[in-house]
Ligand binder design. Structure first.
Ligand SMILES: [Zn+2]
Length: 291
C-alpha cells in the first residue's frame, strides 16, 4: 500500500486553503471553508503574502499590519481554526527553491487531507506563483530526503484548485461544486472585515467610488460586496456550471441554487476515488461523485 489516505470522520478532516493575499482564501474559498467548519473539520487559511501593496495611500508597513488584523477578524467570523498570513511582500512572490521548501514544510506541518490553491493560469503573478509552488511541492511532499527536518505526514493530500474565470489554456472543470446560498450571509459578513480592500483599494482600483455606501450603512456595504464580488463569482459559477449542479443536487434543487463554489481536482497530489471524495466533502449529497 503506497502513500495515500484512510477514511476519517468529518470532524477529523484537515483542510488547508493557500492563497496569495489576505482575502484570497476567503473571497474565493469562503463558502467551502464554512461548510467544513459546520461539520467540525479543522480549517486553516493561508495567505502567502502580507498584503503590503494593495492600497493607494497607506504605507506598506501600516497596510500589512492592518491587513493582518482584517484577516483575523474574518477568521473569527468564519470560525476557521487559523488564518495564517506569511510575511512575503505582495507582487514579489517568486517560484524559487527556497519557496518550494517553504511550501513543502507548510503543507507537511499541517498534514491536510485537502489542499486548495490558485490555478497556475490565474491573473496575478503572486497567484500563479502560489499555484506553481503547490504543484512543485505536490510530489516532493512524499520524498523523504527532501526537507527531511519536516517529516512526511501519514496523509497524502488531494489538491484542488480555487475558481477563476479564465479560459486559456482551459476553463475550470467543476469537479466539486457546492451550493453556498445558506452561508452567503456569513461569508459576506466575514468579507466586510477586509475594509482596506473592499471599501478602499478595490474601490479605487475599479473606479467604484461613486457607488460606495458610507461606513455606517452596513447593509449597503454588504450589498456592495454582493454586487461587485459575489455575483460575478458565486452567481456566475452557479450559472455556468448549472449542468454540474444538476448532477450533484438533482434538477429541482439545482434550479433553486443562486450561489455556488466550484473546485477542480489537480492531477497532481492524491487522486481520490468517487467514494473517497464523498467522505472528503461530507456536506455534499452522497452520490455527488457518482457511484
Ligand atoms: Zn490575490
Amino acid at each position: 500500500m503506497g502513500w495515500g489516505m484512510n477514511k476519517v470522520e468529518p470532524q477529523d478532516l484537515r483542510v488547508m486553503i493557500i492563497g496569495a493575499h489576505p482575502d484570497d482564501p476567503d473571497i474565493t474559498g469562503g463558502g467551502l471553508a464554512l461548510n467544513f467548519v459546520k461539520v467540525g473539520a479543522t480549517v486553516k487559511l493561508v495567505s502567502m503574502c502580507n498584503g503590503d501593496k494593495g492600497h493607494m495611500s497607506m504605507s506598506p508597513e501600516a497596510l500589512a499590519a492592518r491587513r493582518y488584523q482584517e484577516a483575523q477578524r474574518s477568521k473569527a467570523i468564519l470560525g476557521v481554526d487559523e488564518y495564517r498570513v506569511l510575511n512575503h511582500h505582495d507582487c514579489e512572490l517568486e517560484v524559487t527553491l527556497e519557496m518550494r521548501k517553504e511550501v513543502t514544510r507548510l503543507i507537511r506541518g499541517f498534514a491536510p487531507h485537502l489542499v486548495i490553491t490558485h490555478r497556475t493560469c490565474d491573473y496575478h503573478a503572486d497567484h500563479r506563483a502560489v499555484g506553481t509552488l503547490v504543484m512543485d511541492s505536490a510530489y516532493l511532499l512524499g520524498v523523504p530526503l527532501w526537507c527531511p527536518e519536516t517529516p512526511i505526514p501519514s496523509v497524502k493530500p488531494a489538491i484542488y484548485f480555487l475558481r477563476d474565470s479564465f479560459r486559456k489554456p482551459s476553463e475550470l472543470r467543476p469537479d466539486v461544486i457546492l451550493r453556498i446560498d445558506d452561508v452567503m450571509e456569513q461569508l459576506i459578513e466575514a468579507l466586510c472585515s477586509h475594509e482596506s480592500q473592499f471599501f478602499e483599494w478595490l474601490v479605487f482600483d475599479k473606479g467604484l467610488g461613486a457607488e460606495l455606501p458610507p461606513p455606517d450603512d452596513r447593509e449597503g456595504r454588504k450589498a456592495f460586496i454582493m454586487k461587485h464580488w459575489m455575483v460575478p463569482r458565486k452567481s456566475y459559477d452557479a450559472q455556468r456550471f448549472r449542468a454540474r449542479l444538476v448532477e450533484v443536487y438533482g434538477k429541482a434543487e439545482a434550479e433553486r441554487i443562486r450561489y455556488a463554489e466550484a473546485y477542480e481536482l489537480s492531477e497532481y497530489g492524491y487522486q481520490p476515488t468517487p467514494e473517497e471524495q464523498s467522505w472528503l466533502f461530507p456536506f455534499l449529497p452522497a452520490d455527488a461523485f457518482g457511484r
